[in-house]
Design a protein around this ligand. Sequence first.
Ligand code: LGS
Length: 393
Amino acid sequence: MTSLRFPDGFLWGAATAAHQIEGNNVNSNWWEMEHRPGSPVVEPSGDAADSYHRFAEDIRLLAELGMNTYRFSIEWARIEPERGFVSRAELAHYRRMIDTCLEHGVEPVVTLMHFTVPRWFERDGFWRADDAPELFARYTETVLPILDGVRYVCTINEPNIAAMLAGGEKAENLVAHGLAFPDLHVADQLLASHRASREVLAGRGGILSGWTIATQAFHATDEEGSAEKLHEYGYPRDFWYLENSAGDDFLGVQAYTRTFIGPNGPLPVAEGVETTLTGWEFFPPAAELGLRSAWELSGQVPLMVTENGIATADDSRRRAYIQGSLEGVHRAMADGIDVRGFQYWSLLDNYEWASGYRPTFGLIGWDPETFARTVKPSARWYGQIARSGELPV
Ligand code: LGS
C-alpha cells in the first residue's frame, strides 16, 4: 500500500458555525425568522447541539481524535445583542473557547460572521445599509482584544450566499435552487464590510485574514447556449467574489458538489447518480476543483479548505468522500497550489438551516435528549490521517 504525504504543519480539522451548534441564539435574525409564522424552515434551531455549554468537550474530542485545528464562529448577536451594547460575558465566553483550543494545541480558525447577524442589524437595513461596513468594522474592533494567539480569521462566511439571504430570497428557495440572482448592492456592501474588517485586523499584526467562498463546480452541458449560461450564472454567484479576494492574506474554499448548467440554467441531479441527504450529488472532486478555480481567479492567494463534507446516515460514505477529497487536495498541492489546511464540515451533526436537523454532516453525533456525544468511525479514521499526515491510497 502506498500513501500520500502532506506537508508538516498542514492544518487538519473540522468546522462548525455558532448558530448551527450552540443553541438558543435568541438575539439573532435567524432565531427570529425561525419563529415567525409561516417561516420557511422545517424546524427551529432550539438547543442545537448545546455546544455553547459543551464546547470544552467538543474541542477535547477533536484534539484527542488527532486533529490540530478547529474552525468555529463567534456570534455577533451574542457580542452585541443591542446596537452599541457589548456583552463582556460573551466576549469572555469566546475567549475561553480560544484558550481551550490553545491548551490542546489546536489552531483556532475564527469566523466573525457565519450567516447570522443581530436582529437589530437586520432591522436597521442589513448589509444594504450605508453604515453596514462601519458597523461590521466596529464589531471587529470589539472582538479584536480576545483574538490574541489566533492566526487565521475569516471575516465573512460565504458572502456569495449571504448576499442571497440578504437579498430577501427565502431560505427554502435558496436550499431548493441554491441560487437567486444576488443583489449587487448587497454584494458591494459585503465586500466593503470585509475590507473594513480586514483593515481593523491588519492593525494588530500577526493575524491572517480572509473570507470564505462557496465554490460551486459549475459544468456546462454540451447543449447550445450552455456555455453562455454558465458564465451568466457562475459570475455573480461565485467568480466575482473569488476575483475580489486578490490581496487577501488567505482565502477559504468551501466545496461540496457540482452543478450542471444547461441553456436554461441549473439542472437537477441526473437519475441513477448517487446523492446525499441534502439531495446533492456525491462528488468528492469538488474540493480540488474549488481550489483550482479559487487559485486561478484570485491570482494565487494562499488557500485553505474551510468546508467540505457530506450529509449521510451511512458513515462509510463519509469516509469514502473524505478520501476522495483529500486525494484531490493532494493533487492540487502537487501542482503548486498553496493549501494551508483542510476543515471537514462538520465536527458535529448540526442545524442545517432551512433543512433542520435531518441532514447529518457530523464526524460526531449526539443524543437529542442528553446531548451525549458519539464519535463516528469516520472521525477515528480521519483523525488517524490527521495525526500521521499520510493518506493511504
Ligand atoms: O451548513 C452549511 C454547509 C452545508 O452545505 C454551512 O453553514 C455553510 O457555510 C455552507 O454553505 N454549507 C453548505 N453548502 C453547500 C452548498 C451546495 C449547494 C448545492 C446546490 C445544488 C442545487
